[in-house]
Every structure is written in C-alpha cells, then in structure tokens.
Design a binder for this molecule. Structure first.
Ligand SMILES: Cc1cc2nc3c(=O)[nH]c(=O)nc-3n(C[C@H](O)[C@H](O)[C@H](O)COP(=O)(O)OP(=O)(O)OC[C@H]3O[C@@H](n4cnc5c(N)ncnc54)[C@H](O)[C@@H]3O)c2cc1C
Ligand SMILES: *[C@@H]1O[C@H](CO)[C@@H](O)[C@H](O)[C@H]1NC(C)=O
Ligand SMILES: *[C@@H]1O[C@H](CO)[C@@H](O)[C@H](O)[C@H]1NC(C)=O
Ligand SMILES: *[C@@H]1O[C@H](CO)[C@@H](O)[C@H](O)[C@H]1NC(C)=O
Ligand SMILES: *[C@@H]1O[C@H](CO)[C@@H](O)[C@H](O)[C@H]1NC(C)=O
Length: 528
C-alpha cells in the first residue's frame, strides 16, 4: 500500500503543476463563475456590501488589514471580489453562492496571516474574500465569567471589553492587539498568560460555524470532531467561524511587569542559556519571555502578583538576571496588555485602535518557528549571538512553556506542542518595502532555520500553525481535492498525530474540499 502510494506521487505532482499553469483555463472559468456569483449574491446581500475590482473602495478595503505588505504588490494574486457581511445570513449566502458558481472563498478576520492566505492566493485562481471586520461584537457576562466574541473582533477589542466588565477577569491569548480573533483562535493562540492558563482555544466552550453547505451550526450540531478541529486545527478548512464563546480567567487586581535588557557584554549568552532551564519550571504565575535581537537579550515578564512577592522569587530562582525593585511596574492586568506590546506611553484605549502603526505593518517580513525540548548548549548560543549580530540578520522570540499549556493532553485539542516543550522559538526578519525586496532577509531566515535543526524538536520538526510558513510545504490538489498524503509533510509539523483526525473531521464536513488554501486540511474519508 505504502509502496503503491509513493510510486504514484511523482505523477500527481506533474498533474498538479500542469493544472496550475493552465492559466487560460483559470481566466475563462473566472469570467463565467464571476457572473453567476454576483447574480446569486444580489438576491441575498445588499449591493453596498459587495465590492468588485473596479469599485473605487476595492483597493483601500483590500489593503485595510494587510499586515505584511510584501503581499500587496502588482504580482500578488488578488481576489476578484470582497464581500463584507454584516450578519450571519450574508455569510451563509456567500458560501452557497460561491459553491454554486465555483467561486472559492477565503475568510479574513484580522488579516495577520504570515503568508497572507486570507486575502491572496499563491497561484492564479478566481476567489472572493469574505472580510469579517463588520462582525465584531463582544458580549461579556462577568457573573458567569464568559464572553461571546465575533471572529472579526481584534484581541484588543476582546481584552478591552473584558477589562471594562471586570477588574479581576482576563483572557489568555496573543500579545498583539490588532490580531483577529477568527484567525488566532483557529490556530491555538498564546501570549503572556500561557503558563498560567494555556492557549486561547483551551477556553473555547462553544462556537458558531457556517459550513460548506451554508448551514449555521453550533457546538452540538457541528459534531464533536468538527468542534474539536476548529479549536486550533485551522478554522478555514472547516468553514467560516462566526463567533466563539469563551471562559474568562481570574487575574489579580494588581500584576507586575518588567522589561530587562541584557547585552552580550553583560553576559547575555550565559543568562539566556540559564533561562532555558529556569523559565519553563517557574511557578505558573510568572512568565518570562526573551526577545534576542542583535547583541541584546530582552527579558519581558508578566507576574500575576505584586513586586513584593516577585522579588524573593527572582532572587531564589533566577539570580543570574540581577533583577531588583527598580524594574518592577505594578498595574492592572488590562493596563499590562498595551504596556507590554505597545510600550509605556500607550493607554488601554489604544487596544481599540485597529490600525496601530507597529513597525511590522510597514515592513515586509518572513517568519517561521521551532519548539525546543532539550536545552541548547551554551557554545551554540555563542554562535547564535554572533549570527544575530550580522548585517540583515533577524530576531528570535523565545516563549517559555511548562505550567498549564503542558498540562493539557496532546490530543485534547489539535495543538500538540505541550508536555516536554521547554519553549517556542519564533524567527522573524524585516525589510523596508521601499528599498529592499526581502531576498537577503528571507535567505537569512532559511539559512538560520537550517543551522538550528540539530538543536530543536525533530521527527517531526514541530512548528506553530499560527506562525504560518509555506516553506514547510503546500497542498497538492489531486482530482479537485487536496491530497492527504502530500499534506502530511506540513501537517505533521503543525499538528503531529492530530493531523489524521483533523483530515477525518474535514472529510465529514467538507469532503469536496470547497474550503481550501495552500495549507488547509485535506479531507480523508473515515472508511474507504
Ligand atoms: C504582529 C503579529 C503579532 C502576533 N502575535 C501573536 C501572539 O502573540 N500569539 C500568537 O499565538 N500568535 C500571534 N500572531 C499570529 C496570529 O495568531 C496569526 O497570524 C492569526 O492567524 C491571525 O489571525 P487574523 O484573524 O488576524 O488573520 P487572518 O489573516 O484574517 O486569518 C488567518 C487564517 O485564518 C483563517 N481565518 C480567519 N478568520 C477565520 C474565520 N472566522 N473562520 C475560519 N477561518 C478563518 C484565514 O482564512 C487565514 O487562513 C501574531 C501575528 C502578527 C502579524
Ligand atoms: C441580515 O440582513 C438582511 C439585510 O441584508 C436582512 O434581510 C436579514 O433579516 C438579516 N438577517 C438576520 C439574521 O439578522
Ligand atoms: C472543484 O470543486 C469545487 C468546489 O467544491 C467545485 O465548485 C468545482 O465544480 C469542482 N471542479 C471540478 C472540475 O470538478
Ligand atoms: C538595580 O539594578 C540596576 C542595574 O543593574 C542598578 O543600576 C541599580 O542600582 C539597582 N538598584 C538597586 C536598588 O539595587
Ligand atoms: C490609531 O493609531 C494610529 C497610528 O498610531 C494613529 O495615527 C491614529 O490616530 C490612532 N487612532 C485613534 C482613533 O486613536
């Protein structure tokens, strides 16, 4: 069986390439399916919510949440249409019409996808973007400590609403306030509360999904496999997730944050090498991440308690950091959110700003990820610091694991990088779009990723789905359906043993593979 598969594989690849480059077929299909799509939509969606490429609002709207400008160039494959639903029935109509007229849909919530897959395709194909930014209500029930949040809301809008409703409730998700709930929850989602409370999806208790048949489903009607799958296994493979019900978590009235830079000449190599052992084993209330850039390791921390409680902990557990009271900043949890990501001059209201001008949004970038299960030797860190100090080098973000993220079994959600992980690494490299094409910086990332191979997880080399990287592999379409076998290459890196169960959930709800992109879960029939 395995041999037959591998001998067929090269033929499939040739077939797929042939299909992709038959661009005349794509464009003639495009015009016929376009007419049908628009006509079908006009029966159910007000025309002012549908934008064609010739509409003056099309380009500003497309650009409005593009967070990686390298995917806004003349050669980027753009959507033919953008639809901006204001209620669930518009989403259902867009799916039904898309399905009927052969127009695929890509869903965009916050637009932060590292590879831009929510608004661009790698190869020419006709598609429409369903932009959910109008669907962004957040309803908090502080008594029940729950909230319903629509996918088009940003993390900042969610945090803000939680902070307004209660001074002692929070939510464990990512740092960047402009990230969309839709994409973030679809891939797991972690931030400064990950050691205390795990992932965003560990707290999702219900969801509303529009499937490929246009049905509006909740946790019970979508089935337990699909409800499992959308909590970290790529929502876009299963349908359009409209909203999520989450359990909020307790936070103390006062938290402590600190930011402590250590340069190479101050002994950064030793402190980082030591951090690998210390940080994943600290009490869950204490999260210390590191951003290593050029010759400096920046230790960034959130502690769920006061400075008085933090001081003895730091001197007993991590004396190498030479922490003292002058670094402590006490504040409320909601104040810590903008403080940590946007800086000391920012306010809680800035969490509502969907267009905050972080430098990442004006630079092109390339990123990828690793997980470390065995501390990297000190001499390797010396080498790493040397490489990070080279011209055109990128940076590394180290997020320590342990605590609650590790306490959840690997199969409980699609996100499998749990017990045994010391920390997650994110690699990023940026370039100014005006003066560079990114080839040098992209090559740096690829070379550095190759260099790191012996020191990180292997078989599979694990990667975080929300730090999407198409270098890890892309789907191969065989007979109009993404190949399960080909998808294993990238799928097992993101999902380990959960990849197969995800493919079976996909086979249940979208066997025709209507919802697909370059890294969507391929469908697998339960029994052949
Ligand atoms: C500056 C920056 C900071 C980040 N910080 C963190 C962090 O601290 N922690 C962390 O875990 N991650 C972080 N990320 C990664 C982030 O979690 C992912 O990029 C996430 O997928 C973004 O979600 P989005 O809605 O903004 O993106 P989008 O580009 O809109 O969507 C991403 C993917 O999800 C799909 N999708 C979006 N909405 C839906 C929906 N409603 N239903 C089904 N599918 C949907 C899209 O089709 C696309 O494939 C960061 C990213 C950036 C750019
Ligand atoms: C959605 O909006 C349309 C108008 O475009 C309206 O007719 C319909 O009743 C609304 N549906 C819901 C469920 O609110
Ligand atoms: C391929 O699949 C799409 C979506 O399921 C469908 O609309 C289209 O008709 C299919 N194309 C062919 C050639 O079967
Ligand atoms: C705290 O550490 C900083 C940096 O090492 C040092 O300048 C300062 O004097 C220390 N403060 C106290 C109170 O020890
Ligand atoms: C949002 O942030 C941008 C960039 O910092 C700024 O120009 C704009 O004024 C802000 N908007 C609001 C409403 O504060």
């Amino acid at each position: 069986m395995a041999m037959a598969r591998s001998s067929l594989a090269p033929a499939f690849v040739v077939f797929a390439l042939f299909c992709c480059y038959a661009s005349t077929t794509v464009s003639s299909q495009a015009s016929s399916s376009s007419d049908g799509f628009l006509k079908c939509l006009s029966a159910s969606i007000p025309s002012q919510l549908v934008f064609t490429q010739s509409s003056p609002s099309f380009t500003p709207l497309l650009k409005s949440s593009i967070r990686n400008p390298k995917f806004f160039t003349p050669s980027t494959v753009r959507p033919l249409y953008i639809v901006t639903p204001t209620n669930a029935s518009h989403v259902q109509a867009a799916v039904v019409c898309g399905r009927r007229s052969g127009m695929r849909i890509r869903v965009r919530s916050g637009g932060h996808d590292y590879e831009g897959l929510s608004y661009r395709a790698v190869r020419p194909e006709p598609f429409a973007v369903l932009d959910l930014s109008n669907l962004r209500a957040v309803r908090v029930d502080p008594q029940a400590a729950t909230a319903w949040v629509d996918s088009g809301a940003t993390l900042g809008e969610l945090y803000y609403a939680v902070g307004k409703a209660s001074g002692v409730l929070g939510f464990p998700a990512g740092l960047c306030p402009t990230v969309g709930v839709g994409g973030h929850f679809s891939g797991g989602g972690f931030g400064m509360l990950l050691r205390k409370y795990g992932l965003a999806v560990d707290h999702v208790v219900d969801a509303v999904l529009v499937d490929a048949r246009g049905r509006l489903l909740n946790k019970n009607t979508m089935g337990s496999d699909v409800f499992w799958a959308i909590r970290g296994g790529s929502g876009e493979s299963f349908g359009v997730v409209l909203s999520w019900q989450v359990r909020l978590v307790p936070v103390p009235p006062k938290v402590t944050v600190f930011n402590l830079p250590v340069t190479a000449s101050q002994g950064a190599v030793d402190v980082v090498a030591r951090w690998q052992q210390v940080a994943p084993a600290l009490p869950d209330d204490l999260m210390i991440r590191v951003v290593v850039q050029q010759k400096t390791a920046n230790f960034q921390s959130l502690f769920l308690g006061t400075c008085d409680a933090l001081l003895p902990l730091m001197s007993s557990r991590f004396p190498e950091l030479k922490f003292n009271r002058t670094y402590c900043k006490e504040m409320t949890w909601i104040q810590s959110v903008p403080y940590i990501y946007l800086g000391s001059g920012s306010t809680v209201e800035d969490l509502l700003n969907r267009t905050t001008a972080a430098s990442v949004f004006s630079s092109g970038y390339k990123a990828t990820s690793d997980y470390v299960r065995k501390a990297i030797p000190r001499d390797v860190w010396t080498n790493i610091f040397t490489q990070l100090a080279q011209p055109n080098a990128g940076l590394m973000i180290l997020d320590p694991y342990g605590g609650q993220i590790a306490a959840v079994p690997e199969a409980a959600t699609p996100y499998p990088h749990r017990a045994g992980v010391l920390y997650n690494i994110q690699y990023m490299n940026f370039w100014p779009m005006a003066t560079a094409d990114g080839s040098v910086q992209t090559k740096w990332i690829r070379d550095f990723y190759a260099f790191m191979a012996p020191y990180v997880s292997s078989n599979p080399r694990e990667a975080y789905f929300n730090y999407r990287d198409l270098d890890l592999g892309e789907n191969v379409v065989v007979g109009n359906v993404s190949s399960y076998q080909a998808g294993m290459v990238w799928g097992q890196k993101y999902f380990k043993g959960n990849y197969q169960r995800l493919a079976m959930a996909k086979g249940e709800i979208d066997p025709d593979d209507y919802f697909r992109n370059e890294q969507s879960i391929p469908p697998l029939a339960k029994s052949k």
